[in-house]
Design a protein. Structure first.
Length: 387
């Protein structure tokens, strides 16, 4: 991904430093359902919470959460109707395989329901934008139950107004009666990739960053991640700072398909090197020398991007990675970019690694032009499928 245009996710940057800070403070306030860390601010928390576990995405889901993009002025502007079409298309596709809950502002819920159809449940819950991966809590297992870790969403480092999105974690957990754990860090769901067996992949650029966790060292952040998520090993990838709104989330770079096996985003053949391809090179170098939480070496499989001259989407900030796929119950959802050869190649790679799931391609050109993908716009709740 490259830097994002002011007409979409990076809009309102100049005012976010004021409005978002106020909302961010509210998001960090405790409520009766919260569990807060007792460690002093900035201090390492070396002990992993043994009863917590961050599961892998391919495990069973109760439902998928999504968000109906609401902010017209200054974010999506003239593209708002088109990005809503993309969101509805994803929701309808996922809804054929598992329960989908679409969060929408009360005055927009009826329109969202019409667009998404009867396979999708629309609930009234105020949101700002569509990036449910980052605003919905990260769900972990604790003592046999699901709890939601609220990572204090602050608009990717106060880059975008997020008054409603900062409250999504608290409000959604309250609505579903799920216990809330307030993290000692600011982060987003797209920051994390796990094998479900104690290994966590993270880009340093997206979390060891003063726009989220000012003054915290990587060692402190790692200790807090282990304690909060119940992981045993954190593998750090460099990422890219300041060139997209997320500071290079890992979910567009490298993804697990099973323990010990990862798919790595790679630029299309003959693409000139840039900061993103160098980030992929660095990630491959790190992973080729690393072992996971159980001592296994990684099998690294390249997942090449399409030829930008062949895709149907446009824009300097178009996110053309196939790595931002979403694993649901019995299916994997991946983008269709319009480069038929590359689309087919990526589908074949995903089918090889998820042989017992349908691989479903979805057109998401407007979402991709705004800096994200299918994984960015979905968030899984682990557990038995909803009846």
């Amino acid at each position: 991904m490259s830097s994002l245009p002011p007409t979409r996710r990076t809009a309102l940057r100049t005012v976010a430093g004021l409005g978002a800070l106020a909302f961010g403070a509210a998001a960090c306030s405790p409520d009766s359902g919260s569990v807060r860390s007792s460690a002093p601010a900035g201090s390492p928390r070396p002990a992993t919470v043994p009863e917590r576990r961050l599961g892998a995405e391919w495990e069973s889901h109760t439902r998928t959460f999504m968000a109906w993009p609401a902010v017209a002025a200054g974010v999506w502007e003239e593209d708002l109707p088109y990005v809503r079409e993309d969101i509805a298309r994803i929701a309808r596709a996922v809804g054929k395989y598992e329960a989908v809950v679409m969060m929408a502002r009360p005055d927009q819920a009826a329109a969202a329901q019409r667009a998404c159809g009867s396979d999708v449940e629309v609930i009234e819950l105020a949101v700002d934008d569509l990036w449910a991966r980052d605003t919905v809590p990260v769900f972990v297992e604790q003592a046999g139950k699901v709890v939601g870790v609220d990572f204090n969403f602050n608009g990717w480092g106060n880059k975008q107004l997020h008054g409603n999105d900062a409250q999504v974690g608290r409000n959604l957990l309250r609505r579903y009666g799920i216990p809330r754990v307030q993290a000692p860090l600011v982060a987003e769901g797209g920051s994390f990739e796990t094998d479900g067996q104690g290994t966590l992949l993270v880009t340093e650029s997206s979390i060891v960053n003063d726009n989220r966790n000012k003054g915290k060292s990587r060692d402190t952040v790692e200790a807090e991640l282990k304690a909060t998520l119940g992981v045993q090993k954190v593998i750090w990838l460099a990422g890219v700072r300041g060139q997209d709104i997320t500071d290079a989330h890992v979910d567009s770079l490298v993804r697990f398909t099973e323990p010990g096996v990862v798919l790595l985003d790679r630029a299309a053949p003959n693409t000139p090197p840039d900061s993103w391809s160098r980030s992929a090179d660095q990630a491959k170098s790190v992973l080729s020398k690393a072992t996971d939480a159980r001592g296994r070496r990684f099998e690294i499989v390249d997942l090449p991007q399409p030829d930008l001259n062949e895709i149907t989407g446009r824009g300097d900030d178009f996110v053309s990675t196939y790595a931002n796929f979403y694993v649901a119950n019995d299916a994997v959802f991946m983008p269709r970019f319009g480069d038929r050869k590359a689309d087919a190649r990526a589908k074949g790679i995903l089918q090889e690694h998820f042989p017992n799931r349908d691989v479903v391609q979805v057109s998401i050109d407007t979402i991709a032009s705004g800096g994200g993908g299918i994984h960015c716009s979905t968030h899984d709740q682990p557990g038995k499928p909803a009846a």
